[in-house]
Design a protein. Structure first.
Length: 94
């Protein structure tokens, strides 16, 4: 087992509800009201912070898009943002 791994247990209640142990909530970075995702792969289930998972999926989808759009550096991004702001200001009559 990995050095930073640990095992925790929880009881499944009659309606299928489980209280996520405090140590696990801290690792996931979730608190009351946050959402989690269950990722089922074969016979294994991973529980992840839904917000973090959504950001990871977005990053994966966007990988390489900047280069394909001609944005090769931070300066390119800044120039694009300035251009778009100027267009917006001109469209609004500022």
């Amino acid at each position: 087992m990995l050095a930073n791994a640990f095992v925790d247990n929880a009881k499944v209640m009659a309606k299928g509800q489980v209280t996520i142990p405090k140590d696990v909530r801290e690792v996931l970075g979730v608190a009351s009201g946050d959402r989690i995702s269950f990722i089922v792969e074969g016979g294994t289930v991973r529980i992840v912070n839904s917000a973090v998972y959504a950001m990871q999926m977005l990053q994966r989808e966007m990988l390489g898009e900047a280069e394909e759009s001609g944005l090769a550096s931070d300066d390119d991004v800044v120039a694009l943002v300035r251009e778009l702001r100027n267009e917006d200001e001109n469209a609004r009559g500022f």
